[in-house]
Design a protein around this ligand. Structure first.
Ligand code: MIC
Length: 644
């Protein structure tokens, strides 16, 4: 039987396991991507493993998240990362070069290759016919060291695209349509593969928009075929020789079949505070806005900026609106400047920011309390913008810019002028802001330069056989890692300092937690109980590591998001799910739960019983760990496991 694109990519990289959905497979990893907010930990982990040199074909360390230099912490991290990249044979992309995902696609992405990245939006490179997956930093460190990546074989969800998008509708509306239909857990355990005649109207960068936000559907990744459009893209980047054709066989099938007729789409918008809260723009039209924000890895391309620039050309942004222009990468700034388009933004009253992640992860540009902010970014989880009481909507550049012009949420079709046409520029290849790896003999003598804020990861003890721990926190559905451990200007500078960053654990939910966690730590730790899709969003391993450092030993939920579940295991936290979802009601905050004979039980069975002390409640729960993960957990986490 013929294979689809995802199956071909997996088959070519399969190290062990069966390609049967649900069973654990191991994949050879060709490329890695790390960014500064997760990369400092990765480099410390490589140091702890005693790695001599990266074993991948290409590994790149980007600096794009922590660009606010309020004091020496972030610049110290940049210098550390630069030294570590040189030490381990990794490319280094300097601050100012731009957001990892589009930059990687432009300079390093290759059809047919696998990539593991310590950022959940790594999947964006699926736009080129790569198998690109987001994971926790420790797993990326393992991949850099040449180890395979373990993941459950996903189901392949084929989405056939037909028709052509109408004017004022663009790629962002396609992924918002997927989120409207299926919500933030719709892609769990799946790879989304787009195919069909509609593809010819989607440029490689449009596909990046769609692949990027597959993360918001909870998908393992997204893939597109490597077709003529990908070839054209690589040729325009002067890398035509890197192209190989990868398309689904004629008789290929999918585990799940689906279709979107692009011609029926209209401008869509995700309301606060979930990317899954999608409605047509016309339903919320007229609401006053405070901010319109352009850029981020979710709308990074030249087209996205150029269309917005043409829309504001010769016009003024509405009074009182902050129109924030975040040119995702340096080349975009060059191209917009050469084409004279930057001028239109400036003249219309736009605020120009540097190339990087910026306000997407709360590093500046926070909106005013309760005021509506329209963003082309991928996420609007509560508080992620940096403002606790925020009201963030996600939409296309067309909708954000239309709303900036009128001062209220506006369906761009109602602006009353024609849809601007955009020509893609001829660009020069400019790698001047990359530092290439140096030869191994020189690299081995490079010293790691650690500023005072860079702390070594403390040792973690193995899984105890008996736990009697208090449930300190009970949360509902869809808790994101932004709520477990926030980003933003206050917290991100501590990404390389676990004791300090742990002070912010769950702070967005309740800022009294830190002291209560510390007290619980001395009583043997604590547990968290949650609803469905626990830990959705970012790949940040700090969201597992910081609570673990404070004494988190078990999390019991209805179900987990993929990357966070894996991160919990990697740092020795027992992830359990209720066998009967209604039992979520049976455990309350303040209850002390008892887990006995744990080490033997998890080895021999998937089923466990949680007792609630002082009651006769016995609650059946499950773990879904592979034998390898059980070993890791018994050791107290992946670092201990690797060391032993
Ligand atoms: C995000 O979009 O949430 C981030 C910030 O890029 C994260 C990575 C991080 O927390 O460092 C992600 O997506 O994994």
């Amino acid at each position: 039987m013929g294979l689809n694109v995802a199956q071909k990519l997996i088959k070519d990289h399969l190290v062990s396991g069966e390609m049967t959905p649900g069973s654990e497979i191991a994949l050879k990893i060709d490329q890695t991507l790390t960014q500064d907010a997760t990369g400092t930990m990765v480099m410390l982990e490589l140091e702890a493993m005693g790695l001599k040199r990266a074993k991948t074909e290409v590994s790149v360390q980007y600096v794009d998240h922590n660009l606010l230099q309020l004091d020496s912490k972030n610049p110290d991290d940049h210098i550390f990362l630069r030294s570590a990249a040189q030490r381990f044979g990794i490319w280094y992309s300097q601050p100012g070069n731009g957001v990892s995902h589009p930059v990687h696609m432009q300079y390093f992405g290759k059809p047919g290759k696998t990539m593991l990245g310590s950022d959940s939006h790594t999947c964006a490179s699926g736009s080129l016919g790569m198998l690109a997956i987001g994971a926790g930093g420790l797993e990326v460190a393992m991949a850099i060291a040449g180890e395979p990546f373990y993941v459950r074989m996903p189901e392949i969800w084929g989405v056939k695209l037909t028709g052509k998008m109408p004017d004022w509708v663009s790629a962002k509306d396609v992924i918002l349509e997927m989120l409207r239909r299926y919500g933030v857990r719709g892609g769990f355990g799946r790879i989304i593969e787009y195919y069909g005649p509609g593809l010819k109207y989607l440029s490689a960068m449009d596909r990046h928009v769609i692949a990027n936000m597959g993360a918001e559907l909870g998908a393992t990744t997204t893939v597109f075929p490597s077709d003529d459009e990908v070839h054209n893209f690589l040729k325009s980047e002067k890398r035509g020789e890197d192209w190989v054709k990868i398309t689904a066989d004629d008789d290929a099938t999918y585990d799940i079949e689906d279709e979107i007729d692009l011609s029926t789409l209209e401008p869509l918008i995700a309301k606060p505070s979930s990317p899954g809260n999608v409605v047509p723009v016309r339903e919320v039209e007229g609401e006053p806005i405070y901010q319109a924000y352009i850029g981020s890895s979710a709308n990074p391309g030249y087209r996205d900026f150029a269309i917005s620039a043409r829309m504001v050309e010769g016009r003024r942004i509405a009074d009182g609106v902050s129109y924030d222009i975040n040119p995702t990468w340096r080349d975009i700034l060059e191209d917009l400047t050469k084409a004279g388009l930057l001028f239109h933004f400036i003249q219309a009253g736009g605020r120009i920011h540097q190339a990087g992640c910026n306000g997407c992860i709360g590093m500046g540009q926070a909106p005013a309390t309760g005021r509506n902010s329209l963003r082309t970014t991928p996420r609007n989880f509560p508080g992620r913008s940096g403002t606790r009481e925020d009201s963030v909507f996600l939409c296309s550049p067309e909708t954000a810019t239309a709303s900036a012009l009128t001062g209220k949420i506006t369906d761009p079709r109602n602006l009353g002028f024609d849809y601007p046409q955009v020509e893609l520029p001829q660009r020069e290849k400019n790698m001047s802001m990359f530092l290439a790896p140096i030869p191994e003999k020189d690299a081995l003598t490079v010293e790691l330069i650690k500023g005072p804020n860079i702390a070594t990861i403390p040792a973690m003890e193995e899984l105890p056989d008996h736990m009697e721990i208090e449930v300190l926190l009970k949360v509902g559905d869809n808790i994101s890692t932004d709520e477990i451990l926030a980003g933003g200007g206050k917290v991100l500078p501590f990404r390389s300092n676990l004791p300090e960053i742990s002070k912010f654990a769950f702070e967005i939910i309740d800022d009294t937690y830190y002291t209560r966690f510390l007290q619980a730590r001395y009583r043997g730790g604590f547990a968290v109980v949650g609803g469905s899709n626990y830990g959705q969003g970012s790949s940040r391993e700090h969201a597992a590591l910081a609570p673990r450092y404070l004494g988190l030993r078990a999390v019991i939920v209805k179900d987990f998001a993929r990357i966070h579940w894996q991160n919990l295991v990697n740092f020795g936290v027992l992830p359990l799910t209720f066998k009967n979802e209604e039992d979520y009601r049976e455990i309350d905050r303040g209850d002390v739960i008892v887990l006995s004979n744990l080490r033997e039980t998890i080895k021999n069975s998937k089923d466990l019983t949680v007792k609630v002390r002082g009651t006769d409640k016995e609650i059946p729960v499950r773990h879904d760990l592979s034998p390898r993960q059980i070993d890791v957990l018994l050791e107290g986490g992946l670092i201990n496991w690797v060391n032993r």
